[in-house]
Design a binder for this molecule. Structure first.
Ligand code: NAG
Ligand code: NAG
Ligand code: NAG
Ligand code: NAG
Ligand code: NAG
Ligand code: NAG
Ligand code: NAG
Ligand code: NAG
Length: 622
C-alpha cells in the first residue's frame, strides 16, 4: 500500500521481522475454512476501528486504522481509501442482515464529516476542496505532516460509493430526510472533488507513481453515476455528476490492445500490468450489468484479458518461486505488479483474494445474463479455462447449456483455487497480514492484521456465497464519441449536520523556512513548532525539509508551508539521525509572526534566514 523513500524501504528490509506462525491446517475443507475465516476476518476489521477496537487503542470513534502495526512498517494511521473500501464491505454485511454494524457505519459517517474539514498538506476543504485528496491522517483525526505521495484522488470517490450505498438503503427504509440533511453534504463534497479533479494527475492506489490511475478513474466514474442517481432521488442538483460521461470516455483509453494499463500520463518504465485493474473491476461490480457495459465490469472481455495477462505474469517462478509447479489452470499467489520492490515485492492476501472475488463476480454475471460470449479479446482467458472453446461464439443457458454450465463451473473452481492459495498461507489464528513471502514457505510479512486484507476476505466470502450488493449500472450507457478534457468547479461546505466543525475558508500565508545546517549524508532536518500546522512539537508529525539546494558553500534546508495567517508561532529545527539514534533538537526556540494573507495567493509571503544553533550529529555507521 504504502509509499516509502528508498532509504526507508532499505530500513524496512533490514528490520522486517517475519511472523513465524503455524499455518491453517490443510486438511480443513475450503468451505469450512471460508466459514471460519470469514468470521475471524470480520472481527479483525472491527478490532481495528475506534473507539472500541481492541487492537487500536487511541483511535477516535469511526476511525478505521490500516493496521495496528506501529513499526516496520508503521501503518497506525487512517487512510481514506482503505477505510472507504472497508466500509463498503461493512455496508454490504449490514444489508445482508448484520444489523449490529449500524453503529460502526454511523460512527464512520461522523468521523468522515470532521476529517473532510481538517486542513492538511494537500490543502483545505474551503474554498476548492483540495484537502479532500489527502491520503492519510493520524488516528485521532488530526493532520499528518510527513512526506507522502499526495494527493490521492481515489479516496473521495470510494468514500462516496460506500456512503451512497448506505444512503440508498436508508431511503428504501423511508429515511430520506436523514440522508438529505446528514449524509448527502459529505457525499456532495466528495462528488465535487471527483468532478473537479478527475482529469488531473495524482498518486495511484499504491502511493508510488503520480499520473492517471485506472483504479481511480473507474471508481470516480462509479461515484459520479451513483451520485447522480442519489441526487435525483433527493431532488437536489449534482453539477459534478454531469462529468460522468467524460470520465467514462477517458477510462476506455487505458486499454492498449492487450490489457488495461494501470497508470498513464506518467513517465515510467513499468509494464502497467497491475492488480489496480482487477481491484477496480470488483469495486464497481454490478451483478446485473451487461458484460459489454463500458463501465468495464469483471466479465467484460477487456477485464478478462487483463486478468489473464496479470495472473500469468506471476506464474513466472523467477518472479515468484512460490508459484513454481502450479498448473496453468490453477490459481497462484498474486502481488501488486511485477516490478514491485516494496518489501522485495511479495504476494498480497487482498490481491490473491481479490482475484477469487473477481472470478466469482464473473460467474455470477454470466449466470444473470444467461449467456457467455467469447470474442478474440477474451479468447485466451477462456481457452485456459476450457481448452476446446472457440472464439467468436456465444454460449447461452438455453441453446448451449452444457458448455454454459461447464464454463461457470470452471470459473468457480478457478476462483476457489485462489482462495486455497490464501488458505495455505493463513496462520492458524486466522490473522491476515499485508503480504506473505514469495519464497517457500510463504511466511506472512509486512504489516500485521491489515484491515484491508480482512475486509477483502469478507467481501470475497460474500460473493462466493452468492451475496451481491445493489445494482448501479444503467444498461443503456454509451461512451461519448469524442473524449474531452473537462472539469466542473466544485462546491464545498462542511457537513455540519453530521458533526463537522463549521469552518470558514482559512486565511493562510505561505512561509518559506530556510535554515543553514551542515549535515552528514543520511541525516535529515525537520521543522516543528507549537501550532498544528507545524506538528505541535511532536516529532512524529514534524514537517520534513528539502535539501535539493544544499551545497558545500550553502548548506541550505528549506520547507514551504502555508500557515494560518496572523498567528505567532514558536518553532525550531530538529536533526533526524541515520541509524535511529535520538533526534537532536536545536538549543533555541524561534518565533515568527505569520503575515496577513492575500486571498487566493499561494506566493511566499515571508521567508526565514536561520542558521542551526546547538550540537550536531554524527553517523551511526549502520
Ligand atoms: C464503545 O464502548 C462504550 C463503553 O462500553 C459504549 O458505550 C459505546 O457504545 C461503544 N461504542 C461502540 C461504537 O461500540
Ligand atoms: C484528461 O482527459 C483527456 C480526454 O479524455 C485525456 O486525453 C487526458 O489524458 C486526461 N488527462 C488526465 C491527467 O487525466
Ligand atoms: C473473430 O472475429 C474477429 C473479428 O471479426 C476476427 O478478426 C478473428 O479472426 C475471429 N477469430 C476467430 C478465432 O475466428
Ligand atoms: C434502455 O433502453 C431500452 C430500450 O431502448 C428502454 O426500454 C429502457 O427504458 C432504457 N433504460 C434506461 C434505464 O434508460
Ligand atoms: C456556519 O457559519 C456560517 C457563517 O460563517 C453561518 O452562516 C452558518 O449558519 C453556520 N452554520 C451552522 C450550522 O452553524
Ligand atoms: C506559540 O508560541 C508563541 C510564542 O511564544 C505564542 O505567542 C503562541 O500563543 C503559542 N501558540 C500556541 C497555540 O500555544
Ligand atoms: C522550546 O519549547 C518547547 C515547548 O514549550 C520546550 O519543550 C523546549 O524546552 C523549548 N526549547 C528551548 C531550547 O527553550
Ligand atoms: C546562510 O548561508 C548563506 C550563504 O553562506 C549566508 O548568506 C546567510 O547569511 C546564512 N544565514 C545565516 C542566518 O547565517
Amino acid at each position: 500500500m504504502m509509499l516509502r523513500s528508498s532509504r526507508l524501504v532499505l530500513a524496512s528490509l533490514l528490520l522486517a521481522s517475519h511472523v513465524a506462525a503455524a499455518e491453517w491446517p490443510q486438511s480443513v475443507s475450503l468451505d469450512s475454512f471460508v466459514a471460519t475465516e470469514q468470521n475471524i476476518a470480520l472481527q479483525g476489521v472491527l478490532a481495528n476501528i475506534g473507539p472500541n477496537g481492541t487492537k487500536v487503542p487511541g483511535a477516535a470513534a469511526g476511525i478505521v486504522v490500516a493496521s495496528p502495526s506501529k513499526t516496520n512498517p508503521n501503518y497506525f494511521y487512517t487512510w481514506t481509501r482503505d477505510a472507504a473500501l472497508t466500509l463498503k464491505t461493512l455496508v454490504d454485511e449490514f444489508m445482508f442482515g448484520n444489523t449490529a454494524l449500524q453503529v460502526v457505519i454511523e460512527n464512520y459517517i461522523h468521523a468522515q464529516a470532521a476529517l473532510q474539514t481538517v486542513t492538511n498538506p494537500s490543502g483545505t476543504l474551503l474554498p476548492s476542496g483540495l484537502g479532500l485528496g489527502e491520503p492519510k491522517y493520524n488516528v485521532d483525526g488530526t493532520r499528518y505532516n510527513g512526506n507522502w505521495g499526495r494527493p490521492q484522488r481515489d479516496g473521495p470517490a470510494l468514500r462516496a460509493i460506500a456512503l451512497i450505498q448506505y444512503s440508498n438503503y436508508l431511503i428504501s427504509q423511508g429515511d430520506t430526510d436523514k440522508v438529505k440533511t446528514i449524509i448527502w453534504p459529505i457525499i456532495a463534497n466528495d462528488l465535487s472533488y471527483s468532478g473537479q479533479y478527475w482529469n488531473t494527475t495524482g498518486f495511484d492506489l499504491w502511493e508510488e507513481v503520480s499520473g492517471s490511475s485506472f483504479f481511480t478513474t473507474q471508481n470516480q466514474y462509479r461515484a459520479l453515476v451513483d451520485g447522480g442517481s442519489l441526487a435525483e432521488a433527493l431532488n437536489t442538483p449534482c453539477t459534478a455528476c454531469a462529468q460522468a460521461p467524460q470520465v467514462l470516455c477517458f477510462m476506455q483509453s487505458y486499454w492498449n490492445g492487450a490489457y488495461l494499463v494501470a497508470n498513464t500520463n506518467l513517465a515510467t518504465s513499468r509494464s502497467g500490468i497491475d492488480a489496480n485493474t482487477l481491484l477496480g473491476a470488483i469495486s464497481v461490480f454490478d451483478v446485473n450489468a451487461p458484460c459489454t457495459s463500458p463501465s468495464l465490469q469483471p466479465c467484460h472481455s477487456r477485464s478478462l484479458a487483463s486478468f489473464k495477462v496479470f495472473v500469468d505474469t506471476f506464474r513466472n517462478p523467477d518472479l515468484y518461486p512460490i508459484n513454481a509447479g502450479i498448473p496453468p489452470t490453477d490459481g497462484v499467489a498474486l502481488g501488486r505488479y511485477p516490478e514491485d520492490t516494496y518489501y522485495t515485492g511479495n504476494p498480497w492476501y487482498l490481491i490473491t483474494l481479490g482475484a477469487a472475488e473477481f472470478l466469482y463476480d464473473v460467474a455470477a454475471q454470466w449466470t444473470t445474463q444467461g449467456a457467455i460470449t467469447v470474442d478474440a479479446t477474451s479468447h485466451p482467458f477462456f481457452s485456459a479455462l476450457y481448452p476446446s472453446i472457440t472464439a467468436n461464439a456465444t454460449y447461452t443457458k438455453r441453446c448451449k447449456p452444457i458448455t454454459f454450465q461447464k464454463l461457470i463451473a470452471a470459473a468457480t473452481a478457478y476462483a476457489d483455487s485462489f482462495v486455497a492459495i490464501a488458505q495455505n498461507h493463513t496462520p492458524a489464528d486466522g490473522a491476515l497480514a499485508e503480504q506473505f513471502l514469495k519464497t517457500a514457505p510463504g511466511t506472512p510479512t509486512s504489516a500485521e492484521r491489515l484491515t484491508w486484507s480482512f475486509a477483502s476476505f469478507v467481501s470475497m466470502a460474500h460473493r462466493r456465497a452468492g451475496k451481491f450488493p445493489p445494482s448501479w449500472v444503467s444498461p443503456n450507457t454509451t461512451v461519448p464519441a469524442t473524449c474531452e478534457a473537462t472539469s466542473a468547479k466544485g462546491v464545498y461546505a462542511p457537513a455540519t449536520a453530521a458533526g463537522a466543525p463549521n469552518i470558514t475558508a482559512p486565511c493562510t500565508s505561505t512561509v518559506l523556512f530556510v535554515v543553514n545546517a551542515t549535515t552528514y549524508y543520511g541525516e535529515n532536518i525537520y521543522l516543528t513548532g507549537n501550532s498544528s500546522d507545524l506538528g505541535g512539537w511532536d516529532l512524529a508529525n514534524a514537517q520534513p525539509m528539502q535539501s535539493s539546494k544544499y551545497s558545500a558553500t550553502r548548506p541550505e534546508w528549506f520547507a514551504q508551508i502555508p500557515l494560518t495567517a496572523g498567528q505567532t508561532v514558536s518553532y525550531g529545527y530538529v536533526r533526524q539521525e541515520d541509524c535511529g539514534q535520538p533526534w537532536i533538537w536545536e538549543a533555541v526556540n524561534r518565533t515568527l509572526t505569520v503575515p496577513a494573507c492575500v486571498e487566493g495567493s499561494t506566493e511566499v509571503l515571508a521567508e526565514t534566514d536561520d542558521a542551526w544553533v546547538g550540537s550536531v550529529g554524527s553517523s551511526g555507521g549502520c
